[in-house]
Write a new protein. Structure first.
Length: 496
């Protein structure tokens, strides 16, 4: 029991630490979205979304997955205490970062007319993509510095750099949008990337390593293991980015640019609220799972505990989100974006299922079954794309939310079936009870909205919110003794 209590505390602590920076960045993103909504409207946000989805598609392909694949090598070299190995690993990684930066620039310039034609049905924006290719130098080099900070466990500096980067990006972009409106979209993207790069340079000297003299032949050979793993991750990321790009282009062509803006604004709100949970899983849960993946009981217990805590935290976050969506849209964006609220409602119902999909998805990756992981991701992503296209065609923006709910419902069934047959794993009864209660609370909120209307729905939702928060805190206390945590925090505060 004590071990479980310790595990839950570790999971909760990691979520709090890694989620804290994410929450700040969310606030910056929402402030930026509010400013963009006022200064350039839905059409401007749609244009920004189209450019960013195109750049993300190229970036995902050209980066070769190095930012993630190198974490393992850098962490091992740093933890070993072998200075020579650390210096060589960091040098190889830094060299490969330059290769991917140049690759990204060449690829963007070469495909600029294709990107413009595919996205806008003309070549009018070819020069815009050529100018935007410069972001690959700034973005890739700053990303390399952040990867080294993560790998050497400089989490304090990583957090500071992320916060400063968010603030600088906001301060750089707002004047451009103010003076140039929708014509400032491209300059703002470039200026933001450059600002973030300058911030990353402030923390470069925190990484303790010395460059090793290696020729390019040695660099290519020593970097091959990083690239091999990175390519597997790239295929998955490329697929997701490609689907996002294709979907945005499809909405733009069959619908309107404003629909693209509404869709991306809705996603920004939903992803912003739950980003802390998923960031914590990617940053902390996956490495810990990999460490115990060969211990049969150890990894199964960890997965089940992670799922329980994810559902408890998501229940609290999502019930607040669905209950305040109209207010958030008005505060963070503008009345013009209220048309996206039904999309947000349906998307919120899908998030608990998405949380479980992420929890079990890392198991296959940690097991080293790359081929199975790739197969699952390809099938799941293509299925979601088909649902998105069909539901948008017949139900518009709201259909995209329904599609998300249906897609993750099928995905979790698919994943649990695979884990049961291949690894003899299944969630405990507690996980399904928590999932059912989370979906019940969110569904009741949605029913109140649709039957009572505003402002009457707010009163009924307030009761559901209080009940959900009370129950979630009760479940947290059962697992990790919140009173003890509060006492420890008070003690540390007074000691300081």
């Amino acid at each position: 029991m004590e071990t479980k209590n310790t595990n839950y505390k570790a999971i909760f602590k990691a979520t709090s630490i890694f989620g804290g920076v994410q929450v700040f960045n969310i606030l910056i993103t929402l402030i930026r979205s509010k400013a963009l909504a006022i200064l350039i409207g839905t059409a401007g946000m749609g244009l920004n979304g189209l450019f960013m989805s195109g750049l993300n598609l190229i970036r995902t392909f050209s980066s070769l997955g190095l930012a993630e694949s190198a974490i393992s090598d850098i962490s091992k070299a740093h933890a070993s205490g072998d200075t020579e190995t650390m210096n060589k690993t960091a040098t190889v990684f830094s060299r490969w970062i330059w290769i991917t930066a140049v690759f990204g620039i060449v690829l963007t310039i070469s495909l600029s007319s294709v990107l413009s034609r595919f996205t806008f049905n003309n070549t009018a924006h070819t020069s815009s993509y050529i100018w935007l290719s410069s972001t690959f130098i700034f973005g890739t080099l700053s990303g390399g510095i952040y990867t080294l900070l993560r790998g050497t466990r400089q989490l304090k500096y990583l957090a500071q750099s992320n916060i400063m980067g968010g603030v600088v990006g906001l301060l750089v972009a707002l004047p451009i949008f103010y003076y140039y409106g929708i014509n400032g979209v491209v300059p703002a993207i470039i200026a933001t990337a450059f600002g973030n790069y300058l911030v990353s340079l402030l923390f470069k000297n925190k990484i303790k390593y010395k460059k090793v003299n290696l020729n390019w032949s040695e660099t290519l050979v020593l970097g091959k293991p990083m690239v091999t793993l990175g390519i597997s991750l790239t295929i998955i990321s490329l697929l997701a980015a490609g689907i996002a790009f294709f979907l945005n282009a499809f909405i733009s062509k069959t619908g309107t640019l404003s629909d693209v803006g509404l869709y991306n604004a809705g996603l920004a709100i939903v992803d912003g609220y739950v980003g802390m949970v998923f960031t914590a899983m990617a940053t902390d849960y996956y490495p810990r799972l990999s460490g115990v993946i060969h211990q049969e009981n150890g990894w199964k217990q960890l997965v089940d505990e992670q799922a329980q805590l994810v559902l408890i935290i998501l229940s609290m976050v999502l019930v607040l989100l669905i209950s305040t969506t109209p207010l958030l849209i008005r505060v963070l964006l503008s009345k013009e974006f209220l048309a996206a609220q039904d999309f947000i409602f349906w998307s919120v119902l899908a998030i608990p299922l998405k949380g479980l999909v992420w929890v079990v998805g890392f198991v296959v990756l940690a097991k080293g079954d790359n081929r199975l992981f790739l197969t699952i991701e390809i099938i799941a992503n293509l299925l979601v794309l088909v649902f998105n296209l069909l539901f948008y065609k017949y139900y518009g923006i709201n259909g995209l939310g329904i599609s998300m709910l249906l897609g993750y419902s099928l995905s979790i069934i698919f994943m649990l079936t695979i884990l049961k047959s291949k690894y003899n794993f299944q969630f405990s009864k507690e996980v399904f009870v928590l999932l059912s209660k989370a979906l019940l609370a969110l569904s009741l909120c949605l029913i109140c909205i649709k039957t009572l209307g505003y402002p009457n729905a707010y009163f009924a939702e307030a009761v559901i919110v209080v009940a959900t928060l009370w129950y979630s805190l009760y479940e947290l206390n059962k697992r990790m003794n919140l009173n003890e945590l509060i006492i420890n925090l008070k003690s540390r505060f007074h000691n300081k």
